[in-house]
Design a protein. Sequence first.
Length: 194
Amino acid sequence: MAVDTRKFLDAGYQKLGKVADAGTSDQEWHGAIRIQTLDRRALYAITTNHGGLFSATEVKAAKAEVASIEARASRAANPRGTDAAGAAKATITVLDGAGPEEKASLDWAQKRAAAQVQYQGLAKERHQGRAAVSVETDNPVVNHFVKAYGEAEKAKRYAQDGASIRVEDMPSWSKGVSLWKSLHEPQAKVLGHL
């Protein structure tokens, strides 16, 4: 995936008559290089600099494209700015459309949990007395993080200084991080020895 993505970018630079990404403008990223045509897996390979194949400028451009995908989905779901729950649901849909490499990242699990909690809170407000669309996942790491948000809310109700309560300090957050490490670190060690 990363090697093919590298070839794709190099072909774009060749169209521009450039070497690498020196001085590449936003217009060139979307015109000649056509970064917007890459799928999520290819963009993720760039954003994580998989294999050390990508420059800081390429990483930045890919991160901007991923953010743009999420923003477009949110705007499409909430064009008038009156359906924040719909926008949050669209973010979840975009995150759920990520490739397996991205879904295996701790960052993805944290974003997915935050989006789920946001959607559930907004949907509860908007649809009082009715069930909202289920956005739950079978990802156990995400589920620990979602539970941690509930623990943080409960702790804030009983704390003198609720602002000092951080979701990252909750027991379920630690369990989620530990579970993620147990699931993914052994693979990283094995891959490192190949």
